[in-house]
Ligand binder design. Structure first.
Ligand SMILES: [Zn+2]
Length: 107
């Protein structure tokens, strides 16, 4: 089950439709449970920003990467790095490992 954002008032209005079918004390208990349900913080959105520094040299000029770097647009932290085939690479994950921002694009 995911943590969709839902309206407590809309849920209680729906529960009221069961008056006459369910015990009224039970309906009140369900409404209290709805009021006391934990809230879920909405996850921020972000994107991996390319902060790499490029250099041009050669004739004709060609672009080369002097330093490669990506940052989370929400918290400015670096992504996790790992070694693949002997090369250190950035893992541009779907969620920022530092702030939890959703990096899959705005929804
Ligand atoms: Zn972040």
């Amino acid at each position: 089950m995911n943590n969709d954002l839902i309206s407590r008032e809309a849920l209680k209005t729906t529960i009221d439709k069961f008056i006459g079918y369910l015990d009224e004390d039970m309906i009140e208990r369900i409404k209290i449970a709805i009021d006391n349900a934990p809230t879920v913080e909405q996850r921020p959105h972000g994107k991996w920003e390319d902060k790499s520094i490029y250099e041009q040299f050669g004739n004709p000029p060609r672009n080369f990467i002097r330093s490669e770097e990506f940052r989370c647009s929400n918290c400015q932290n670096l992504p996790v790095k790992t070694i693949v085939n002997g090369c250190l690479v950035f893992c541009l994950t779907e969620f920022c490992p530092n702030c939890g921002a959703d990096m899959r694009g705005e929804s």
